[in-house]
Ligand binder design. Sequence first.
Ligand SMILES: CC(C)C[C@H](NC(=O)CN)C(=O)O
Length: 451
Amino acid sequence: MAGFLLAAIMILLGSSSSSSSSSSGSSAVLEPLFQYIHGHQNEFVQRLGEWVAIQSDSSDPAMWREVKRLLNVTAQKIQEMGGRVEFADVGTQQLASGETVALPPVLLADFERDARKPTLCIYGHVDVQPAKKEDGWVTDPYNLTEVNGNLYGRGATDNKGPVLAWLHAVEAYQATKQELPVNLKFIIEGMEETGSDGLEELTRQRNESFFSDVDYIVISDNVWVSRRPALTYGTRGSTYFFVEVKGVNQDLHSGVWGGCYQEPMSDLIALLDSLIDHSGKILVPGLNEAVAPLTEEERKLYENIHFDVEEVKKEMGINHFLQDTKEGILMARWRYPSLSIHGIEGAFSDPGSKTVIPRRVIGKFSIRQVPNMEPAVVERQVKEHLQQVFTKRKSPNSLAVTTTVGAKPWVADLKDPQYVAGRKAVKAGLRNFIVTIIINLLISVFISTTK
Ligand SMILES: CC(C)C[C@H](NC(=O)CN)C(=O)O
């Protein structure tokens, strides 16, 4: 929690060092800010606990009321700090049942503007993906719990903590009567975890209004590679697949019916197994061909990235990576496509045994895509491949493949002035932070020796 807040402060201070504002990233600003943060740590964590307790699961339309509740809580906090808020309508979604429902709105907010300062727009989301204790959580996912100095709760990192960190940074500036070095705007959504329905269209519509004076957008919705600050300059895209195999019209007892007909689950397992091999290679024909080739310049970038393979192995409990080198592992995570199987709906997954043969199962997997892959092409390639495998099995069951999400990959130019400024800002913020820590240490040593 303190890490997110620190990162937010670092960015604000970093931005101030390049603006003409009288505020500066000196210890005169930092000192009261850090004191305020230190003194309100429990309150901040308690607020994060309240946010985590709101089950804002955007994958379930029945839970959208909770998504809206948290958007309201966020708006209220912004208003209490003097911000203006607007809930922008982003249309409707048709559910599998055929019913059409209104999507949770997107929260747009801003604070009083000073024309001499640059304007920073913070993007964040307050929705989460489903989480149940049975999924393997050690603690209740919706009850923020501290274990060995770390806070665990659904959405604590992705993305409630970072959104709150920004709000707490504003609170700290205001409470200590420090002038914010930038103008701030917020765009907070509640549908990110299911593909940000309506968001792209909204940003287009508001390009000439809400976004017209925005100089920089900050997306605090990613993780650092190590404990060193990191700027994300690209993310992989994603297409989410549902593979439905339907058999008879009721679940059957394996002792009574097993052996006399083709079970949907066997078809599904064969289909899922045809997607990827033991080395992580995606077996869908044509899919890897679109991947942008690795240039020497790009390869070199990976050499300097701090990522301690042995430490990560220990921390994550991974005893073997599919790649042999740090660079190979990072490239597999960032610049090559990957395919992950997430679950099977309709299959028995509770503890204990059950001898039922499910009549209908839906396999779920997703493909992370990279430049120059096109979600529409990937979708076609996967559907054709699955159909071919299914046809070869001569199964009497029925197959249906559908998709959601379809997010394109993006990669920014690291030499773009905004990234150059971002790097400088992080360095400046970090330098100021370290200087303040040293000054504080020296002061406390001086006080204790003169007592
Ligand atoms: C489009 C995806 C389903 C969204 C999801 N986003 C995040 O995790 C962002 N922190 C993802 O799985 O990438």
